[in-house]
Design a protein around this ligand. Structure first.
Ligand code: NAD
Length: 475
């Protein structure tokens, strides 16, 4: 007999597992099919984010930041750290334990919520049938009233530098290195390049980041990007812009990377290369030819504004569909689809999605950059508050960076908030909530912020937009 479900989710990452749990909360019979394999051959829920991305990278960013602070900042607090050393094996063990606990947690949530996990490769057939291919080669079929595709994304490979996972690394390899590479080249100064470059730099690697574009962090507000670039340079990250990689030659465990820049042909001899030039939707073997789901020209599953595909009752969410490849965007899409299937109202506000880079200082923003606002022709005002004027930031010895608020001059509505500085990724939540509520600088100005907190910097930036800041001079 064919197993039948109300909803089958293919993919148990940050878009798929919340969709499965929400569908079960909505009283539906749900299965989640996931093919993730760890390097030791074990299965795990959580997808790239929990197993090989967001969570392990944050674990290493935290550990390596503590090393950096112990070496460079503790002395100013009067703390003598002579003899501080790094036990990388212990650091990596901690990273692996955090990942294992988090992914096991999803299993427990599935059990409590009544979601059936199926560790196998799922393939969508016609008429909402899902082919389940187990590791031992066994093939079966399950039937679903609705299917949610949440198959995620994989790292983009450069033709001139195919991954060998020993010397030419993807982001997952780069998180599991057993030793600090003395010389490291990172290709791509995007989110992954900067986060992983920071980890290994802090642990002692000489890091060169090659970025093809002439602008640093072109997607970010450029005032934010140049402030961040200044700090990264101070930390010893050698970021080379306008650098186009042409070839790489691996010899006896090291690699020569060739690239061109304004000055012509260049080359670099390093121990490891991390390729971080973006990710692409993962749909390999996911769709039978007659399943009715179409891909766009870049390989994303085509969906409408409700994440519905061209096939009836087949939905797709997360990195495998258009929009930013961010776990929290995928989660919202997953929840929204699970609610729509249950006949409930759901909405994803694609205009208010926060972005965070977990570097030091952290970088976070929501809404439009000043460049985008300028190009839109809207008359706007800007308020900037430097963390150097924040008592809390000073006390934390973390006074680099600023909070910047951009608002429409006529309506006072917030258009974008950009933060580079301590805990920027946490602080941006207040701005995100304000923008979700279509808030104004006046709303932030009239909201009491506890003193002394980093969040006061948003309050002061909002006041600064009207030249009414208290803790800095208004210009
Ligand atoms: P990205 O798009 O953020 O950055 C890739 C960078 O590589 C770009 O700056 C691009 O110009 C550059 N590049 C491309 N080809 C190049 C070449 N041949 N030579 C030199 N530079 C080249 O991609 P990513 O950093 O790989 O991240 C992938 C996705 O994962 C992104 O969508 C990102 O948002 C997401 N992610 C998010 C987080 C987070 O939210 N903190 C963390 C990790 C990954």
């Amino acid at each position: 007999m064919v197993d039948t479900y109300d909803v089958v989710v293919i993919g148990g990452g940050p878009a798929g597992y919340p969709a499965a749990l929400r569908a079960a909360q909505n009283g539906l019979k749900v299965a989640c099919v996931d093919a993730w394999k760890n390097r030791d051959g074990s299965n795990a829920l959580g997808g790239t984010c929990l197993n090989a991305g967001c969570i392990p990278s944050k674990a290493l960013l935290e550990s390596s930041e503590l090393v950096y602070r112990a070496q460079h900042e503790f002395a100013v607090h009067g703390i003598n750290t002579a003899g501080v050393s790094v036990d990388l094996a212990a650091m990596q063990k901690r990273r692996a334990t955090i990942v294992r606990n988090m992914t096991a947690g999803i299993g427990s949530l599935f059990k409590a919520g009544g979601v059936t996990p199926i560790f196998a490769t799922g393939r969508l057939l016609a008429n909402h049938r899902v082919e389940v291919n187990a590791d031992d080669g066994a093939k079966s079929e399950i039937l679903a009233r609705h299917v949610i595709l949440a198959s995620g994304s994989v790292p983009t490979e450069l033709k001139s530098l195919p991954f060998d996972h020993q010397v030419i690394l993807d982001s997952w390899d780069a998180l599991e290195l057993p030793a600090v590479p003395p010389k490291l080249c990172v290709i791509g100064a995007g989110v992954i390049g900067l986060e992983l470059g920071s980890v290994w730099r802090r642990l002692g690697s000489q890091v060169v980041i090659l970025e093809a574009l002439d602008n640093f962090l072109a997607i970010a507000d450029q005032q934010l990007a140049s402030e961040a670039a200044r700090h990264f340079k101070k930390q010893g990250l050698d970021i080379r812009l306008g650098a186009k990689v042409t070839a790489a030659k691996v010899t006896a465990g090291s690699v020569t990377v060739s690239y061109t820049d304004k000055k012509g042909e260049q080359s670099l001899l390093v121990d490891k290369v991390i390729v971080a030039v973006g990710r692409k939707p993962y749909t390999h073997n996911l769709l039978a030819a007659d399943c009715g789901v179409a891909l766009d020209e870049r390989g994303f599953i085509q969906v409408d504004e409700h994440c519905h595909t061209a096939a009836e009752n087949v939905w797709a969410v997360g990195d495998c569909v258009r929009g930013p490849m961010l776990a929290h965007k995928g989660k919202e899409e997953g929840l929204a689809v699970a609610d729509r299937i249950a006949g409930r109202y759901a909405h994803v506000n694609y205009d208010v999605i926060p972005s965070v880079l977990y570097t030091a200082p952290e970088i976070a923003w929501v809404g439009q950059t000043e460049e985008q606002v300028k190009a839109s022709g809207v008359d706007y005002k800007v308020g900037v508050f430097p963390f150097a004027a924040s008592g809390r930031a000073r006390a934390m010895e973390a006074s680099a960076g600023f909070a910047k608020i951009i608002a429409a001059r006529a309506s006072d509505t917030l258009l974008g908030v950009h933060i580079v500085g301590p805990m920027a990724g946490e602080l941006i939540a207040e701005a995100t909530l304000a923008m979700e509520f279509q808030g104004t600088t006046e709303d932030l100005q009239r909201t009491i912020h506890a003193h002394p907190t980093l969040a006061e910097s948003l309050h002061e930036a909002a006041l600064a937009a009207d030249k009414r800041a208290i803790d800095i001079m208004n210009r």
